[in-house]
Design a protein around this ligand. Sequence first.
Ligand code: MN
Length: 210
Amino acid sequence: MGQYVLPDLPYDYSALEPHISAQIMQLHHDKHHAAYVKGANTALEQLAEARTKNDFGKIALLQRALAFHVSGHVMHSLFWQNMKPKAGGQPSGDLGAAVTRDFGNFDAFRAQLNQAAATIMGSGWGALCWDPVGKRLFTTQIYDHQSNTAMGSVPLMVIDAWEHAWYLQYQTDKVKFFESLWNLWNWDDISARFRSASTLALGLDRAASA
Ligand code: MN
C-alpha cells in the first residue's frame, strides 16, 4: 500500500529570497512538512491496527489526525509548486479569463485572497479553489489545514498563513509576507491545475444552473 512521501522542493532553499528566506524554507519543508507526512502515515497505520483489533475506541481522534495531516501534506506540496523564483505578474489564458469573470478583475482577486489569508484567526490558509458544482473560482479561508472548506472544491493556489511560514523573517508584519508572495506565484503551475480541475465532474449538474 502506498505511503505518503515528502517531495523534494522544486528549487534550492535560497531560491525564493529575498521574499522567503532560506532558513524558513529549510525549516518549513524539512521539519514542518515532513511532520505532516509522518503524521498522515501514522494515522493510516493506527486505523489499520484498529480494524485488526476491532477496537474503534479512538476512531474520532484518528479521523481528525488523518484529516489534519493528509491536508497539511497536500497543502504544503501545493504551496511549493505554486511558487518559483523570479515569477509573479498575472495569469493569462483561460485562468486569466476565469479570474476576470469570477472576481471582476485581477486586483480585486488579489485583494480578496490576501484579505482571506490576513484575517485568519489562529492557523490556516488562504486559497484559490475551483468549485466543480457551480463551475467557478472562489477564495476560501481554511482553518488549520482542512476546515471551513466547501466540499468538492479543489485548491489551485494556496497561501500558508501559519506563523511558521513567516515569523522568523517578517515578525509581526504578516501582511508584508502575503504581499511579497505575489513576486513568486508560478502561473504556469496554477494554470495547469485550473485546466485539470476544470474537467472534474462530480455528477451534480442539476445542483447549479448553467
Ligand atoms: Mn506551513
